[in-house]
Design a protein around this ligand. Structure first.
Ligand code: CAA
Length: 260
């Protein structure tokens, strides 16, 4: 039997996925992508999970598309398969927040995979890059679209047109990652954050994620309208009544979420 390319764990209400193809720096083979998407879908449908962590292994986060597999694809193969579109589609279907813990290299599709996550924590040793240009191709899993939104045109162009990497500190300064932490602490700090998010009302967390993501799709007026609709929808949740009653109780009490 072939070895799994990911390791799936859980810590109370947090689902953890570790990429694990050490011999290829966790490159995105078809098998790894399928196993990753299956694990995400499984956590998505599991009501005992409230947030997800995606990270790499001792080799780093991910070295991008599997270069050997990509080298065997002709234009028409890639076009007919919609190569790598399943990765973006799979992430779009997840309502639960995904924290990416970038513990080393995040190159090409690895940087793009990181940007599919909702919050990024980087180890001090992490590096980010879109080196596709050095291989005679361009980013193909969202790099040209998400990087400009994350760090602006000039920095995005610089990374994509030169193939040069940026450090974790530069990524933090540019707004690509939320926090940079000592390598030995990054996972445990991310787990604390994921546990905190998972302790809130699951439908409210999902609506907050959806509303923020819509900001990238909609103009301000439509975005504000969308936000209003979801905000008002939370008023119908049992968790909304509970959260407000818990705050107003004297003495105040901790809300008991039912995720309804
Ligand atoms: N795909 C497949 N195998 C990969 C790989 C990848 N993306 N990256 C590394 N490997 C494999 C190497 O082929 C090598 O395998 P063998 O031992 O069988 O020869 C093994 O991992 C170790 O690699 P190196 O010997 O190169 O190790 P290193 O420590 O010197 O360098 C590295 C590590 C910086 C990650 C370097 O391997 C590298 O630059 N990798 C390619 C990164 C890259 O260009 N990514 C973009 C891919 S294209 C893409 O992602 C398109 C897209 O937008 C989706």
């Amino acid at each position: 039997m072939s070895e799994s390319t990911i390791i799936v764990e859980r810590s109370e209400r947090v689902g953890i996925i570790k990429l694990n193809r050490p011999r290829a720096y966790n490159a995105l083979s078809g098998t790894l992508i399928n196993e990753l998407l299956d694990a995400l879908r499984s956590f998505e449908s599991d009501s005992s999970i409230g947030a997800i962590i995606l990270t790499g292994n001792e080799k780093g986060f991910c070295a991008g598309a599997d270069i050997k597999e990509q080298s065997e694809l002709s234009f028409i193969d890639a076009y007919n398969q919609d190569y790598l579109k399943n990765l973006n589609d799979g992430f779009f279907a997840i309502h639960k927040p995904i924290i990416g813990v970038i513990n080393g290299i995040a190159l090409g599709g690895g940087c793009e995979l990181a940007m599919m996550c909702d919050i990024l924590y980087a180890a001090e040793s992490a590096t980010f890059g879109q080196p596709e240009i050095t291989l005679g191709t361009i980013p193909g899993a969202g790099g040209t679209q998400r990087l400009i939104r994350a760090i602006g045109k000039s920095k995005a162009m610089h990374m994509i047109l030169t193939g040069e990497m940026i450090s974790a500190k530069e990524a933090e300064a540019a707004g690509l990652v939320a926090k940079v932490l000592p390598t030995e602490q990054v996972f445990s700090v991310a787990l604390t954050t994921a546990s905190k998010i998972a302790s809130f009302s699951a439908p409210v967390v999902a609506m907050a994620k959806e509303a923020v993501n819509e900001a990238e799709e909609l103009g301000l007026k439509n975005g504000l309208h969308f936000e209003s609709r979801l905000y008002h929808a939370t008023f119908g949740l049992e968790d909304h009544a509970e959260g407000f009653q818990a705050f107003l109780a004297r003495p105040k009490r901790v809300a008991q979420w039912t995720h309804k």
